[in-house]
Design a protein around this ligand. Structure first.
Ligand code: SF4
Length: 713
């Protein structure tokens, strides 16, 4: 693994779902530089601040997990052990619990940071060997509402769009997406497109006046959570002004009559009142969207991380179907993935609610297909859906799940309601954490720590937001005794063969990364995401490719549904008559502020990588709670005051910052700051765990809180 001497390795950035291509310079086993790959179709050589600093973060071994560690007794500190001892203990612990309590007493919590091949192996181990669907992922927090809505509206998951649409759109509607921070290279592509085509319109829907909103032609600063009302009000205007595409609706969709009836009473005036914006602004947005030859929507966590996230996605998709703004250049509903391989996890079915290649757990034929492909008895694949992320940690706290194996994720920082997450991990009989970094909020609670190789050190693939599969390549060997995630999974499987599941080892006999990818591709044959024409060799010779790319095809498909035939049983897209509902937790006299959360431009997730680089703190050096100046004045608060932010679940202390970018009555905190920087796990001490009942995605972007000044003794 990795190369010696001076060399340059073509790979993909490990941060966001943009999926930028990079060229990694290395010399004698050390990464010495990273530049944008001018040939990669996601970025054509561009990189953002995080990408530009990849070499610096990779060059540092500080904080890396270098060797396996284990607690000698339940509450003793972990000690260094050999790989065999650590792997034997994981396998023995899982086997013992499965023997006593059944396969659903264990769980796997994985990550959109895993490569597709690693994801595939984890999913195969959980569903094909252990026989539980209790495998979920931190991508549940990121895009599961988009997945559910695509399936409901189009019959299959996956965006119908591609990045080339950024240059071809006439109207771009950003919904709950601060592209300037979350997907900076895509914003740069749009900026360049607008410079060349000044008639392009940007509409930004966001309660905050973000850096993206500042650049918009129209900023709709809606009240948090009112997106469905806004979209329904826009649709009302489009219908009654004759801006809908009657021919498209008639030929390619169903359910429009019911939707039309439902939005009849959602007038722009009424919708604007709910949203707290001017009626004329709502109408302007509808007019631009409806009149433009090509309208593109870019959306992200602002829609998805909601107790009504699926409905918000569906209401936006309704606008596209009603105007025929889909399946043509520059048009379509384009959900952006947060993590580098959230899309790859969807493809391999690495979630509690789905099977591989967009198959369904409750479909016996689908279970039989997957079982046959893996060579396990059909009854090994459970028909019982697994527990999605929030329910998984609830079950851990209640003792129904007794062992959890966490890979490449930091749930003790990133899940909502952290006091309960910590209690769950403390109660578990066995917590295994597999990570490249030794000192996270979650590794602190691990009984066994397995050191994993990370970006720049391992081989595989990732899929970005536009369904493009790119190679990730090893430029250097991993430090210490770290091993690739796939190697660790297959080692456990081999041990479970001895302890519990005869035949398990043969399922993991060939764990060469290219072979695992071939196995994954073959399982997609005949499915909507068919990539049976792909292999590492094809990617190496032809470069990154979009799915679908079936055997015999020369290249992947840039746009889906161009012929108006959807993946539903009758080929028609479905409208959904969804009504506005307020966020799950309303403000009250005790908790009068709406807490919003989001990203910083130069930090990533729990800062395991970016938090080690001083240059990435220049943009925002300190954590803070932002508050509108009028709210601060009413409470006699000033910038720099220490404030306690409390919800019904927990509390934390942050310095106050004054911001005119927020509407009154709301406060904002970045999600990144964690136990390494604070005397708490971060803002999720206070966030709330209510999930969307269709996608099971939690409402991380809205909680009711109070804010009080604290005095230092
Ligand atoms: Fe990496 Fe995303 Fe920045 Fe591209 S936009 S360089 S993928 S963090």
């Amino acid at each position: 693994m990795g190369k010696m001497g001076r060399t340059e390795t073509r790979s993909t950035c490990c941060y966001c779902g943009t999926g930028c291509g990079v060229l990694i310079a290395s010399e004698d086993g050390r990464i010495t530089g990273v530049r944008g790959d001018p040939q990669h179709p996601a970025n054509y050589g561009r990189l953002c601040s995080k990408g530009l600093n990849l070499a610096a973060s990779a060059a540092s071994d500080s904080g890396r997990a270098l060797y396996p560690e284990m607690r000698p007794t339940r509450h003793a500190p972990r000690q260094r052990v050999g790989w065999d001892a650590a792997l034997d203990s994981v396998a023995a612990g899982f086997a013992s619990i499965i023997r006593q309590h059944g396969p659903d007493a264990v769980a796997f919590y994985v990550s959109g940071q895993l490569l597709t091949e690693d994801y595939y192996l984890f999913n195969k181990l959980a569903k094909g060997v252990v026989g539980t669907n209790n495998i979920d992922t931190n991508s549940r927090l990121c895009m599961s509402s988009a997945v559910t809505a695509y399936k409901k509206a189009f019959g299959a998951d996956g965006p119908p769009t591609c990045y080339a649409d950024l240059e071809q759109a006439d109207c771009v509607l950003f919904a709950g997406s601060n592209l300037a921070y979350a997907h900076p290279v895509l914003l740069r592509r749009l900026e360049e497109a607008r410079a060349a085509r000044p008639d392009m319109r940007w509409i930004v829907i966001d309660p905050r006046r973000t850096d993206t909103a500042v650049m918009a032609d129209l900023h709709l600063q809606i009240q948090p959570g009112t997106d469905v009302a806004l979209f329904n009000g826009m649709l009302h205007h489009l219908i009654w002004e004759g801006l809908v595409a009657e021919d498209y609706i008639h030929a390619h969709t169903e359910g429009f009559a019911e939707l039309k009836q439902m939005v009849r009473n959602t007038t722009p005036k009424m919708a604007a009142e709910i949203c707290g914006i001017r009626e004329e602004d709502l109408i302007q947005a509808a007019e631009w969207f409806g009149h433009s030859p090509a309208s593109l929507s870019l959306y992200c966590m602002g829609l998805n991380q909601s107790s009504h996230g699926t409905d918000k996605n569906l209401a936006l998709i309704n606008l596209h179907l009603a105007t025929g703004q889909i399946g043509k250049p520059g048009a379509g509903p384009f959900s952006l993935t947060g993590q580098p391989n959230a899309m790859g996890g969807r493809e391999v079915g690495g979630m509690a609610t789905m099977l591989a290649a967009h198959r369904d757990i409750d479909n016996a034929a689908h279970r039989a297909e997957v079982a046959a492909h893996w060579g396990v008895p059909a009854e090994r694949l459970s028909a019982t859906p697994g527990l999605p992320a929030i329910a998984m940690f609830d079950a851990l706290q209640q003792g129904r799940i007794k062992a959890i194996w966490i890979a490449c994720s930091n749930p003790a920082h990133s899940l909502p309601n952290l006091p309960q997450v910590r209690a769950a991990l403390a109660r578990a009989e066995l917590v295994v954490v597999q990570d490249a970094f030794a000192h996270t909020d979650t590794t602190a609670l691990a009984d066994i720590l397995l050191p994993a190789a990370t970006w720049g050190e391992k081989e595989g693939t990732v899929t970005n937001s536009e369904r493009r599969i790119s190679r990730v390549r090893a430029a250097v060997p991993p430090p210490g005794e770290a091993q690739s995630d796939g190697w660790i999974v297959s080692q456990i499987a081999r041990r479970l063969e001895v302890l519990l599941y005869p035949g398990a080892a043969s399922l993991f006999a060939d764990t060469e990364v290219a072979s695992v990818f071939d196995e994954h591709c073959a399982l997609t044959t005949g499915r909507d995401l068919d990539i049976s024409g792909l292999s590492h060799a094809v990617l190496d010779s032809a470069g990154p490719q979009q799915w679908p790319l079936p055997a015999g095809a020369e290249q992947g498909q840039a746009r889906r549904y161009v012929d108006g035939v959807f993946a539903t049983a009758n080929g028609r897209a479905r409208f959904h008559a969804v009504r506005y509902q307020p966020p799950a937790e309303n403000v009250s006299a005790h908790y009068p502020f709406r807490l919003l959360t989001g990203r910083l431009r130069d930090q990533w997730h729990g800062m395991s990588r970016t938090g080690r680089l001083p240059q990435l703190f220049a943009h925002c050096p300190e954590p803070a709670l932002e508050m509108h100046p009028d709210d601060a004045a009413r409470r006699d608060l000033q910038a720099g005051d220490l404030v306690r932010i409390s919800s019904k679940r927990g509390q934390l202390v942050l310095p106050l910052a004054i911001s005119r970018e927020l509407p009154g009555g709301t406060v904002f905190a970045a999600m990144h700051w964690n136990g390494q920087f604070l005397n708490s796990g971060g803002i999720n001490e206070a966030s709330q765990p209510q999930v969307d009942d269709q996608s099971f995605q939690p409402e991380l972007k809205h909680a009711a809180v109070k804010v009080e000044k604290i005095s230092l003794p």
